[in-house]
Ligand binder design. Sequence first.
Ligand SMILES: Cc1cc2nc3c(=O)[nH]c(=O)nc-3n(C[C@H](O)[C@H](O)[C@H](O)COP(=O)(O)OP(=O)(O)OC[C@H]3O[C@@H](n4cnc5c(N)ncnc54)[C@H](O)[C@@H]3O)c2cc1C
Length: 303
Amino acid sequence: MTAAWILVTDADRLAACVALARGAGASVTCAVVGPRELADLAAAAGPDEVRWLEPAAEVPAEAYAAPLAAAVAAAGPQLLVSTSAPASRVLLGAAAARLGAALVPGVLAVRADGEVLVVDRAALDGAVVETLAVTGPLAAIADPGDDPEPSASTAPVTVLDGGAPAALRVEQRQAGAATSGVRDAARVVSVGRGLKAKADLDVIAPLLDALGAELGCTMPVADDLGWVAKERYVGRSGQHIAPRLYLALGISGAPQHLEGVRDARVVVAVNTDPQAPIFSAADYGIVGDLYDVVPALVDALHR
Ligand SMILES: Cc1cc2nc3c(=O)[nH]c(=O)nc-3n(C[C@H](O)[C@H](O)[C@H](O)COP(=O)(O)OP(=O)(O)OC[C@H]3O[C@@H](n4cnc5c(N)ncnc54)[C@H](O)[C@@H]3O)c2cc1C
């Protein structure tokens, strides 16, 4: 039977990761770096066992990458899984390096075919699903769906020794308005790849002023194009926000983006494509060119 270790630093999609590993017919160990409550949540998420490493005060989870990787190497699982949470990915990377595992992001499902692990993963920004056959150990950054129903059983929790931590937090301070602004704002105006150039953010600025809104964006606008600070992109791997108004300009409405705005009270979408999926998630939709609609909205708001 395949053995899987899930590297856990937060509770997001714990049970979904366990279900993903079970898809490969694996026995599942959750290696948790975090408080006891997190270990207990992991124990209830359906694994066979939980190995728990409690970080010392003011020590970030990533500082335990080396001892955790050593524990993984001693167990020698064929499958490692983490979510895309930054600290979990660090632990996964360190463990993958020790195991010589193939590191695959965007993993939707894994199944075993004899000695081979067959992986479905999202590629090209989620536009296609690609199937890979992995012969050696696999380190999967999972992109699973929502958590399944909670498990009826609770797995045993044993303690992992973290040794002396490799790093200590000496200070934590607010990163400034760029981060907290979009997360807490009552109104957010987000731009997607429908924006043609970085300079065109000047077209959006008067609308932000008129609405008293914060600027958000989709992942490619921040990550690939670098037009907006990464702290402002919204979605599964970005900010999860709950504004009273979310105005999406030139955004197609990929599921990964919509996940970040499902708690928004009112969603308004502007898109030239009447078939764009964003319209299914929007309360109000305007089929139109954002370069026409935004100045018209500003004008109307001023009047
Ligand atoms: C594992 C994983 C995690 C991801 N996490 C996130 C995430 O957290 N957040 C996120 O945003 N994405 C995320 N993505 C990417 C996501 O799948 C989409 O690729 C991305 O959200 C698309 O961005 P977009 O809507 O800006 O671009 P596109 O999909 O290219 O859409 C652009 C839209 O603009 C419209 N348009 C073009 N010109 C105009 C115009 N002049 N006026 C009006 N409309 C116009 C087009 O009709 C189109 O609908 C993730 C992907 C993966 C695989």
